[in-house]
Design a protein. Structure first.
Length: 364
C-alpha cells in the first residue's frame, strides 16, 4: 500500500519527522534542522517531494545557522521551530501540533575537537536528546524513526591494510567523546526497537563535504584560510585517510532509507573516495592558485583515528544506492560554492567561531 506522507521532521540540533496518511487530502511534511547535512536534506526533499510539509527543529547552536535556510524560509511547505531536542516539553508540544509520521534525527554536536574540549555537551545532546525524541515517538506514534550516525563509531583502520573496510557487522570501537556519544545513541536506538518495537533505522556515513559546511571542518577551513593567505593547519603529518561523501549523495541515501529501508537495520553510507588529509589540502591550494608553503603542521589531535573506509554493499544490494560524485569533481563544486557564497561563511568566521579558532590555532 502506498503511503501518503504528510510530515517529516529533520533537525541539525534535533530531528526530522514525517507524518504519514493512507488517505485524505493532506500532503507529506518534513521537520529538519539548520546544520550542514540537515539543511541540504531539506533542500533535497522540498525539491523532490513538493507536496511534503517540512518542519525544521533546531536549537541554533554554533553550527546551526538560520541564514542557511534562507532559500526556503518563505516556502509554503516549510516551518522552522527554534527549540532544543533535550527540552521534553517543547518536543512533545511540537509532536502534538504536527503529528509527524517519520523522524530523522540529524541533531548532534559533531566536531571531534570540540568533544575533546567539552565532552559533556556531546553526551547531553547526542544521547539524552535522542532519548527525548524516541520517547516522543513512543508517546504520539510514528511510522519510522531514523538516526543519522557516523562511521566513527567503528574506530579506525590501519593504513597498511587498504583491503579492510567498515561493514555493518564491524564491532563498535570508539576513539573520542564525540564518537562514543554517537555510538551510545545508536545502541539506544536499537534498544528502543527491541524493547518497545519502535520502527527504527540507522545510517552511518563517512565524512561529508559540500555546500554549507561549517568552517571549522577540514575542507571549508582550508578554503577560507587559503583565500585569506592564512596558515593551513594540518594535524600531524596529514597522513590520516578519510572516505569522502558529497552531501547530496548522502541526502539521496537517507531518502531511500526512510522510504524503503528495512526496520531495525543499520546501513553504511560511504563514498568510495579515500583521500589523505594532506593531499586534500594540496588539492585546494592548487585549485585556488595558492602556494603549498601556507601548509603548517600542528600537534596531532588526541586519539586521532588513522583511516576510515566504508563498504556500502548492503545499501547498494537492498536499495540500489551508490555515490554519484567523484571526489575530484565534488571538491571543485565545493570550492566554487564557497567562492560564490562568501557572504555566508565570512559572517560565521567573523563571529563566535573566531573565538574558537583563536583557541585552537591562534598561535600560528
Amino acid at each position: 500500500m502506498a503511503l501518503n506522507y504528510r510530515n517529516i521532521w529533520l533537525s541539525f540540533s534535533g530531528m526530522v519527522a514525517l507524518k504519514v496518511r493512507t488517505g485524505g487530502s493532506e500532503s507529506p511534511g518534513i521537520i529538519s534542522g539548520a546544520g550542514f547535512i540537515g539543511s541540504n536534506f531539506i533542500f533535497h526533499m522540498l525539491d523532490k517531494y513538493p507536496d511534503y510539509r517540512i518542519v525544521c527543529l533546531d536549537k541554533l547552536t554554533y553550527a546551526g545557522n538560520l541564514s542557511t535556510l534562507a532559500p526556503v524560509m518563505d516556502h509554503p511547505k516549510f516551518r522552522f521551530v527554534k527549540a532544543d531536542i533535550c527540552d521534553r516539553e517543547a518536543v512533545y508540544q511540537l509532536f502534538e501540533e504536527e503529528q509527524p509520521d517519520i523522524i530523522v534525527n540529524f541533531a548532534a554536536e559533531s566536531h571531534v575537537d570540540r568533544s575533546i574540549e567539552n565532552p559533556g555537551i556531546f553526551l547531553e545532546t547526542n544521547i539524552m536528546g535522542t532519548a527525548v525524541l524516541m520517547d516522543a515517538c513512543r508517546k504520539y506514534g510514528i511510522t519510522r524513526y531514523h538516526q543519522v550516525s557516523t562511521d566513527e563509531v567503528y574506530g579506525d583502520l590501519p593504513l597498511d591494510r587498504p583491503d579492510l573496510f567498515f561493514t555493518e557487522e564491524t564491532p563498535i570501537h570508539t576513539s573520542s567523546p564525540y564518537s562514543s556519544s554517537k555510538a551510545s545513541a545508536d545502541l539506544l536506538v536499537l534498544a528502543y526497537y527491541r524493547t518497545y518495537g519502535l520502527p527504527v533505522t540507522i545510517s552511518r556515513c563517512s565524512n561529508n563535504y559540500g555546500p554549507y559546511h561549517f568552517p571549522e571542518k577540514l575542507i571549508p577551513l582550508m578554503i577560507a584560510n587559503a583565500l585569506a593567505d592564512k596558515p593551513l593547519p594540518v594535524y600531524g603529518e596529514g597522513l590520516n585517510v578519510r572516505d569522502w561523501l558529497y552531501v547530496e549523495d548522502h541526502c539521496r541515501a537517507i531518502d531511500l532509507i526512510i522510504h524503503k529501508g528495512r526496520v531495525g537495520e543499520v546501513y553504511n553510507v560511504g563514498g568510495h573516495n579515500e583521500m589523505r588529509n594532506i593531499d586534500i589540502v594540496k588539492m585546494i591550494c592548487k585549485e585556488l592558485g595558492k602556494p603549498e608553503s601556507l601548509i603548517t603542521y600542528v600537534a596531532d589531535r588526541k586519539g586521532h583515528d588513522m583511516r576510515y573506509a566504508i563498504d556500502p554493499t548492503k545499501i547498494y544490494n537492498e536499495l540500489g544506492w551508490l555515490p554519484e560524485t567523484k571526489f575530484e569533481d565534488g571538491i571543485k563544486k565545493t570550492i566554487r560554492w564557497y567562492l560564490e557564497h562568501r557572504d555566508w561563511w565570512e559572517k560565521i568566521i567573523n563571529g563566535e567561531y573566531q573565538e574558537y579558532y583563536q583557541k585552537m590555532y591562534g598561535k600560528l
